[in-house]
Write a protein that binds this ligand. Structure first.
Ligand code: NAD
Ligand code: DAU
Length: 339
């Protein structure tokens, strides 16, 4: 079996590559990544020398390059993680989100048609469903919840999902889609809530909480997401969408306070800042379908996963300190200075 994993030098793709290389030593895994600001070859260091693993630098939206790769590699399965993934960046600069997330997905789908594959899997997000109100804790996203996006990021991901489903219906391409809630764990780029708060806490810097910190996210440990995708590409039904989430809802403030307490810092570090425009209030996944059809369920509870994650950031300072000492500083100033 040969799998092309796009975006494998990023957070979830990197964890997925580690997971697959370990679990299926006889598979060939080809990681295709453009190495944008979010891609990091150091994330792939543990697997770089493994037999059956190969890294290729390239852009999923570059048709000529992608076709050549398919011709050379003749993959059985494509798992597409490659994306611009940060909502705040999509608000300040939407264009690249349309290019990578929509056009890039279209190029991959065309290559799949041209060269033939056993499965194309699209890694999507719960954000395509929009948000839920805080005063209706009884409501959850199911696979039939209408798409109703809020940010350029989520609109680009929903567009990609529609393309994937259209290629299934029109061209009978064997596709699956997963829509997962917020992930956390090792190798998470420190622009996102949890790693940003851990890094700032460790550096005794202010912790910028948007609005009142009351927005709710449904947190899933990244390896539980990887296990779900593994199950879907092997046993999932073609043409189907699977929601992935572990009923681990927390307000942002609860998450930040958990990190502060775990690191023994002062809650005075919290700084309430101007809210994100169009900020989604609550995400909450109903994972009944993937549980009933494929037997998936999360194995890591938030309280354990967050401890493991903090531990990882403490033990792998060089990974994230390198990131935050570079171009990231300009991003941080632009995003947070005088906010
Ligand atoms: P990330 O930003 O950490 O990584 C994205 C990776 O894609 C990077 O390595 C980057 O270099 C690569 N990339 C970007 N543009 C590319 C292009 N044009 N061609 C090739 N490679 C390119 O993202 P992540 O958080 O790991 O998310 C991965 C996927 O999972 C995304 O599709 C995202 O929408 C989805 N997702 C993320 C979460 C989450 O909580 N992080 C939850 C659900 C779904
Ligand atoms: O739900 C899945 C999505 O989760 C993925 O599709 C996205 O790729 C991923 O980035 C994530 O999106 P969010 O916008 O939920 O994640 P983020 O870490 O950016 O923010 C989480 C919450 O924390 C959100 O309500 C905004 C808030 N926040 C974020 C940052 C970076 C803050 O209060 N302060 C911050 O500095």
């Amino acid at each position: 079996m040969k799998i092309i994993v796009t975006g494998g030098a990023g957070f979830i793709g990197g964890n997925f590559v580690h997971y697959m290389v370990e679990k299926y030593p006889d598979y060939e895994i080809v990681c295709l990544d453009k190495l944008t600001y979010a891609g990091n070859l150091e994330t792939l260091e543990p697997v770089m020398d493994k037999p059956g693993f190969k890294f290729v630098k390239g852009d999923i939206a570059d048709r000529e390059f992608v076709y050549k790769l398919f011709e050379d590699e003749k993959p059985d399965i494509i798992v597409n993680f490659a994306a611009e993934s940060h909502v705040d960046r999509s608000i300040s600069d939407p264009g690249i989100f349309l290019q990578t997330n929509i056009i890039g997905t279209g190029v991959l789908l065309d290559a799949c048609r041209e060269y033939g594959i056993k499965r194309y899997h699209q890694v999507s997000t719960d954000e395509v469903y929009g948000d839920l109100p805080l005063d209706r804790p009884d409501l959850f996203f199911t696979e039939t919840t209408p798409l109703h996006t809020s940010s350029p990021y989520s609109a680009s991901k929903a567009s990609a999902d529609l393309l994937v489903l259209a290629y299934h219906r029109t061209f009978k391409l064997p596709v699956t889609i997963s829509r997962c809630s917020n992930n956390y764990g090792p190798y998470h780029f420190p622009e996102k809530l949890i790693p940003l708060m851990i890094a700032n806490c460790l550096n005794d810097k202010p912790l910028p909480v948007y609005g009142k910190g009351e927005n709710v996210r449904d947190w899933l440990y990244v390896i539980d997401h990887c296990r779900a995708i593994d199950m879907i590409i092997h046993d999932g039904k073609v043409g189907e969408v699977y929601n992935i989430g572990g009923h681990n809802e927390r307000t942002n403030l609860q998450v930040v306070e958990t990190i502060i307490d775990a690191l023994g810092k002062s809650r005075d570090l919290i700084q309430y800042v101007t809210d994100r425009p169009g900020h989604d209030m609550r995400y909450a996944i109903d994972p009944t379908k993937i549980h009933d059809e494929l037997g998936w369920e999360p194995t890591t509870k938030f309280d354990d996963g967050i401890k493991q994650t903090i531990e990882w950031y403490l033990n792998n300072k060089s990974w994230w300190e390198k990131i935050i000492s570079g171009e990231y500083q300009n991003y941080y100033d632009k995003m947070y200075k005088d906010r």
